[in-house]
Design a protein around this ligand. Structure first.
Ligand code: 13P
Length: 261
């Protein structure tokens, strides 16, 4: 099934947070509010340990589940890794690939990102591919070059069919967990560049339907202005996704922005 951006796409990346009982409590609270959020695509991205129980809790719900990482091999002697079939088995439909924290602390490169995208697609998991520049790169005026090179290398060898199953998340590293959100104009500049690149590479139809998320200190009070921008189709939320109230509020703000754009 090809993705499309008719609804805002709001995903909560819980990172290294939540035990199994805390995860269940959070998704139950989200599920109780789901009727009001029907005009958004809602995804939770718990730690691996909670995936299966969250999957069971959300059976029959429209809330979808993603993993924070994936390995490119299906099985074998790869201690500590988790494969696409295992994630599917645990109830996942999405997988975050190349988050800047994984690039920074765990040696993720554009090359491994590319392998992981291919593995995810082979097993019908939708990749959420993260790209974005550091503060130093932004200050040197290298933002566009950085994003360009990450797209080029990360999506190497992938065709139009494949691209229509991939979500891109622009997350400027300097905005992650810092409370420093990119202004809507700063975010839109990069988002429109990304869509332009996708148009060049894959044509108008694929690029127009592509979901391009923004991530980096998204909160209830900045969601509306970000999502009002033409090329911002949703948010990848970290800290503010850990509490049901703020995550629900972000989803509601995104629905409002989408209706008004
Ligand atoms: P914060 O919302 O905590 O800045 O995290 C963003 C992020 O990295 C989501 O993947």
């Amino acid at each position: 099934m090809n993705i499309d951006n008719q609804k805002p796409f709001i995903a909560g990346n819980w990172k290294l947070h939540k035990t199994i009982p805390a995860a269940i409590e959070l998704v139950k609270a989200l599920d109780e509010a789901i009727m009001e959020l029907a005009d958004a695509e809602i995804v939770v991205i718990p730690p691996f340990t909670a995936l299966s129980e969250v999957g069971k809790t959300l059976q029959g719900s429209t809330i979808k589940i993603g993993a924070q990482n994936i390995f490119w091999e299906e099985k074998g002697a790869f201690t500590g890794e988790v494969s696409a079939p295992m994630l599917k088995d645990a109830g996942c439909q999405y997988a975050v690939i190349g988050h800047s924290e994984r690039r920074q602390f765990f040696g993720e490169t554009d090359e491994t990102v590319n392998k992981k995208i291919k593995a995810a697609l082979t097993h019908a998991l939708t990749p959420i591919v993260c790209i974005g520049e550091s503060l130093e790169e932004r200050e040197k005026g290298e933002t566009i070059d950085k994003v360009d090179s990450q797209i080029k290398a990360g999506l190497d060898g992938l065709g139009k069919e494949e691209m229509s199953e991939i979500i891109i998340a622009y997350e400027p590293i300097w905005a992650i967990g810092t409370g420093l959100t990119a202004t809507p104009a700063q975010a839109e500049e990069v988002h429109s560049f990304i869509r332009e690149k996708l148009t060049e590479k894959y044509g108008n139809e694929t690029a127009t339907c592509a979901i391009i998320l923004y991530g980096g200190s998204v909160k209830p009070d900045n969601t509306y202005s970000l999502l009002k921008e033409q090329n911002i189709n949703g948010a990848l939320v970290g800290g503010a996704s850990l509490e049901a109230d703020s995550f629900i509020q972000i989803a509601k703000e995104s629905i409002k922005a989408y209706k008004e754009k």
